[in-house]
Ligand binder design. Structure first.
Ligand code: ZN
Length: 88
């Protein structure tokens, strides 16, 4: 079962910055959230770094954004924070 990002943010929730996706690098998806929700998050790895990608599944066009790229360990910590409502 894929996890769900909690509806509620925790107090002190870190606000992530989201950017237009950069293309070029080969992306490996390491983990993802359940696609029953309109917004799907993926933990991605590219070029030895990690980042989080989110896709808003609009009816007509999907909207994709990604975070900064970080060292893998930091991206895993941020992924864990996302799944516990500590980052969004
Ligand atoms: Zn679900």
């Amino acid at each position: 079962m894929s996890p769900h990002v909690p509806v509620r943010r925790q107090p002190g929730c870190t606000k992530l910055e989201w950017f237009e996706p950069s293309d070029g690098a080969r992306v490996r998806v390491l983990a993802w959230t359940c696609d029953c929700l309109a917004m799907v998050y993926e933990l991605c790895q590219a070029g030895g770094q990690g980042f989080i990608r989110r896709t808003l599944q609009n009816e007509d066009a999907r909207e994709i954004r990604e975070t900064h790229h970080w060292p893998i360990a930091q991206s895993r910590e941020t992924w864990a924070a996302l799944l516990t409502g500590m980052a969004r």
